[in-house]
Design a protein. Sequence first.
Length: 174
Amino acid sequence: MPIPEFIVETRKKIGTDLMWVPAVCAVVLRDATVTSPWAVPEVLLVRRADNGEWTPVTGIADPGEEPHVAAVREVLEETGVRVTAAAILGVGAHGPVTHANGDKASYMTVQLRCEPLEPTADPVVGDDENTEAGWFPISQMPVTDPKWRLAIADAASQRRHPGSFAPRMGLTKR
């Protein structure tokens, strides 16, 4: 998806100055597709076109859009997979970041665990933000950035022990 229209309009007024942006990170988990006593859940990941990194689905919430609604929308737009938001994993700030076009932004990100409505659905690349999309066993995922590994670990923990999981305040290790 291109830059959201509300950001384009705001950038006309503030240029490349630092902008505070509401964002979501959707960690989509499904049960393993193989039957084994050692099987682990699989996570839906996308490979970003801008830096080649594998990440959970991320995106910007539209003005007035609830975080869980934004997460569901972003997963559908970026992968074609229909999901439901199951739990909040954490909330925290990320940035500031200077993008390739010079725009500066800091993000307030709500991380959510999501479940696919059709667990056998194959993801597709739904926009130009990503070059690949796929399911990976969490024990073999190609994610290298610690913040994404932490979000995925939180999702697996929350899914396994929902009653004892406490959402993370801040997006760093406890």
